[in-house]
Write a protein that binds this ligand. Structure first.
Ligand code: Q9C
Ligand code: ZN
Length: 341
């Protein structure tokens, strides 16, 4: 299986995030992608290629133009105001307030975000652009007939909405890839999100569309981030009614229970008649993950890959979360090896 990877992520290197009332070192760090890449190379999964450059047009197919422009200029605007320390928002729009775009960068950060865990740094723009190119290059491999491809994206993307960042995500790489597959002629595309957190951004981007099915297995939002989306009664709206399926699972979920939900998810995907599958591949379902509460073990990821292969669809894997850094390479590449076997 071909892996698409760019070094351009390394400059996205947040110092800290708000966690348990403290500013702690960012869980989402450059070493994550480096270790996944190392494991790809060690295991001989297949060739590693750099992304092609697609520009921002395919990004704007799923993200608002003003949001993309904001991200491009955010670091410079922040530095001009506060100097070169990570940009973090501290206030947001609540019900009863007005949705107006502020002039000041501090207000803009709140306007375009939903949490205080997602720093913008000097290298963020370069990294988010490269991650989108990585995903788009992976999508192109699928269009050209590859049965599977791995977009080793960093930063991750599934929490990013059309015009809003958070959850360590800026551009929604999986959504950009799914849209690119549609634009290349696939009539129906499914996105299966197996990150431990609900893919709120991806769901929202496709919520009113019947051509892209979104299916997600994740920790129940009554217990876990992102808290405000990802419930089982969210089934889509308008033309998208019936094209969204959430499988919220409790803290402590092990592979047996997770696996049952996967069977339901795969049945939904089969019934939808997708021509291609995008997998939002988070491995923060691992029992050793420092911020998640599921109990999957490393060999389970191989079994997941086998199950995904059995779905029989051309499949693009897009890297999302996973914060047990020492195990991230093993767990992520186990999925890919299971798929290939
Ligand atoms: N104190 C992804 O896995 N912060 N994002 C949790 C709790 C948000 C995870 C911190 C976690 C976002 C792509
Ligand atoms: Zn996650």
């Amino acid at each position: 299986m071909i892996t698409v990877y760019s070094d351009d992520h390394v400059g996205h290197d947040g110092k800290a995030e708000l966690h348990d009332g403290k500013l702690v070192p960012s869980f989402e760090m450059p070493r994550r992608a480096a270790l996944v890449l190392a494991r790809v190379q060690e295991t001989g999964l297949g060739p590693v290629m750099p992304p092609k450059l697609f520009g921002l047009d395919p990004v704007r197919r799923v993200h608002a133009a003003d949001y993309v422009a904001f991200l491009e200029g955010a670091w410079d605007a922040w530095v001009a105001e506060h100097g070169p320390w990570d940009a973090l928002p501290f206030t947001w729009i609540a019900p009863g307030m007005r949705r107006v775009v502020p002039d000041h960068i501090d207000g803009k950060l709140g306007y375009y975000s939903f949490d205080a865990g997602t720093p913008i740094t000097a290298g963020t723009w370069r990294a988010v652009r490269a991650a989108a190119d990585v995903a788009l290059t992976g999508a192109e491999l699928i269009v050209r007939g590859e049965r599977g491809a791995f977009a080793l994206c960093r930063p991750p993307g599934h929490h990013a909405h059309r015009a809003c960042y958070g959850g360590y995500c800026f551009f929604n790489n999986a959504a950009i890839a799914a849209q690119a597959l549609r634009d290349a002629g696939a009539e129906r595309v499914a996105v299966l999100d197996i990150d431990c957190h609900h893919g709120n951004g991806t769901q929202d981007i496709f919520y009113d569309r019947g051509d892209v099915l979104f299916v997600s297995l994740h920790a129940d939002p009554v217990q876990e981030y992102p808290y405000f989306l990802g419930f089982a009664d969210e089934t889509g709206t308008g033309a998208g009614e019936g094209a969204n399926a959430n499988y919220p699972l409790p803290f402590g979920t092990d592979f047996a229970a997770w696996s049952e939900a996967l069977a339901h998810a795969l049945a939904r995907i089969a019934a939808f008649g997708a021509e291609a599958l995008v997998v939002s591949l988070g491995v923060d379902t691992f029992k050793g993950d420092p911020i998640s509460r599921f109990r999957l073990d490393s060999p389970d990821y191989t079994a997941i890959g086998e199950r995904l292969a059995a779905a029989g669809l051309p499949t693009l894997f897009v890297m999302e979360g996973g914060y047990a850094v020492e195990a991230i390479g093993l767990n992520a590449v186990n999925v890919l090896q299971g798929f290939r076997a």
